[in-house]
Design a protein around this ligand. Structure first.
Ligand code: URA
Length: 249
């Protein structure tokens, strides 16, 4: 059609406009995405807003649960950026179109019991076709070492993207254990979605699954906090995520 710009020209124009609109880098502020290993700290005003309400000690369980759910869906959008898809053709009411669908075997989502359960619905909203496995780990409050008390995972994870849901990446012990379990069963990629991370946890995961690790390993979080305290809590954090989701049992 005369006068109509081809798709590539329009895409190039949009790209140029996006680059021109991009704010100049401001060194005083943390970068939009911080890549340490493959760590993505989501930088978005709505994520920051929801996280702030989560942190607030006066936020009660019902609001905490629904905000967790919303935050996980937003983080899942980034976490699934490289999920495996395969080409598919459909017919629109007008013409045939090429698209993609989730590749088989479908991804596996693994909430870490108990607090990770509070993240499952938010993840399933984005990946409703994924299978769900479970791993239960409890942390010894004195030694801070996590011990596995339950696993319900497929024996063979070959070719599967694995998404671990655990709200708090604190010492990194839990995530290291779960990632190892999944890698031993042949997972194709390992991704963790965490509401908050401590630098100590990121460093431990990086040491275990760093640059030479054969699988793609990614951590996506809404915030990278200052440090752990002597009880292994993230500072400033949001307290005990399980207690805030389900009550102090
Ligand atoms: N687990 C939590 O629930 N909160 C922390 O701050 C650290 C570990």
């Amino acid at each position: 059609m005369p006068g109509r710009a081809p798709r590539d020209v329009i895409l190039a124009m949009l790209r140029a406009r996006r680059d021109a609109d991009a704010p100049a880098p401001r060194p005083a502020r943390p970068p939009a995405t911080l890549r340490v290993m493959r760590t993505l700290v989501a930088d978005h005003p709505l994520i920051a807003h929801k996280l702030t309400v989560l942190r607030d000690a006066s936020t009660r369980t019902p609001v905490f649960r629904s905000l967790t759910d919303e935050l996980v869906t937003l983080l899942a959008y980034e976490a699934t950026r490289h999920v495996r898809v395969e080409p598919v053709s459909v017919r629109t009411p007008v013409a045939p179109a090429q698209g993609v669908k989730l590749a088989r075997p479908v991804p596996l989502v693994i909430p870490v019991l108990r607090a990770g359960i509070g993240m499952l619905d938010g993840m399933a909203r984005l990946l409703p076709k994924a299978d769900v496995g479970f791993v239960g780990l409890a942390r010894d409050e004195r030694t801070l070492v996590a011990a596995t008390y339950a696993t319900r995972l497929p024996a063979d994870l070959s070719g599967r993207d694995a998404f671990v849901l655990d709200p708090m990446l604190a010492t990194g012990g839990t995530l290291e254990t779960v990632f190892r379990l999944l890698a031993e069963r042949g997972a194709a990629s390992l991704t963790a979605i965490c509401l908050l991370a401590a630098p100590e946890g990121i460093a431990r995961v990086h040491a275990a699954f760093g640059d030479d690790y054969p699988l793609p390993v990614t951590v996506v979080t809404a915030g990278l906090d200052e440090r752990l305290d002597e009880r292994g809590y993230i500072v400033p954090g949001l307290g005990d995520a399980g207690d805030r989701l389900y009550g102090d049992l």
